[in-house]
Design a protein around this ligand. Structure first.
Ligand SMILES: Nc1nc2c(ncn2[C@@H]2O[C@H](COP(=O)(O)OP(=O)(O)OP(=O)(O)O)[C@@H](O)[C@H]2O)c(=O)[nH]1
Ligand SMILES: [Mg+2]
Length: 216
């Protein structure tokens, strides 16, 4: 079955933990974007879905303060999680973020996490804490290194290698260079999502041909 990317819709915006469980009971596989504010989570969703403005993107960090869930052709959920590491957030805002995200992690469901890391910045302390958490909970994840377009070939390879070699990242974890501007890595990310869905329910979820714009 090929995914119809035109059939992608925002089905849930949860700002409070109590608003989450609705979709979480579903059998549909979920792929959740994890990462600090401004790393490019919403942009990744838009790029994967070939849409410009489905997920809200902003130059100002800390924009996504809700868990936003997109249904893709009734076969897959892409989940935009609120970003961490936004220094200007007040204590009560951070507390709200923690309660919401803790609840998401605690809900059952077939999940794959895409841990986003800015390729130019590398792993921050917050990223390392997040990765340690995912590993300790035995949650499957792949590392997507964003904004690859900002680096030349040499620095891209160097930074990618540094992330790959970080002892917190399991040797068999996928580490991918990605750019929502050029589409680099989009095909690889779809491949990972497809393998996960195939593993969960035996369904293929690759988009219809020529819908992914990849440029390596
Ligand atoms: N050059 C470049 N800029 C990017 C890329 N991805 C995202 N950006 C820019 O980075 C900024 C933040 O992108 P978002 O997708 O909103 O980031 P986010 O992780 O969803 O941020 P929050 O919602 O605040 O957690 C925007 O100005 C984007 O245009 C990329 O691959 N390359
Ligand atoms: Mg966002």
């Amino acid at each position: 079955m090929k995914l119809n990317l035109n059939n992608a819709n925002l089905i849930l915006t949860a700002g409070l933990p109590g608003q989450l469980p609705g979709i979480m009971r579903d059998e549909i596989p979920q792929v959740a974007m994890c990462g600090r504010s401004n790393v490019g989570k919403s942009s990744l969703i838009n790029k994967l879905l070939n849409r410009k403005k489905l997920a809200r993107v902003s130059a100002e960090p800390g924009k996504t303060v809700t868990v936003n869930c997109y249904d893709v052709d009734s076969s897959l959920y892409l989940v935009d999680l609120p970003g961490y590491g936004y220094a200007k957030r007040s204590f009560s805002e951070r507390d709200k973020w923690k309660k919401l995200i803790d609840k998401y992690f605690a809900c059952a469901g077939q999940r794959l996490y895409l841990q986003l890391v800015d390729l130019k910045v590398g792993l921050t302390k917050d990223d390392e804490a997040m990765i340690s958490f995912l590993t300790s909970m035995e949650m499957p994840f792949a590392v997507v290194c964003t904004k690859a377009d900002k680096l030349n070939k040499t620095n891209k390879a160097k930074n990618l290698e540094a992330i790959r070699k970080n002892p917190l990242i399991p040797e068999d974890a996928e580490v991918i260079a990605f750019s929502s501007q050029t589409g680099e890595g989009a095909e690889e990310v779809w491949k990972i999502i497809n393998e996960f869905c195939d593993f969960v329910n035996g369904k293929d979820v690759l988009p219809q041909n020529d819908e992914i714009q990849s440029q390596n």
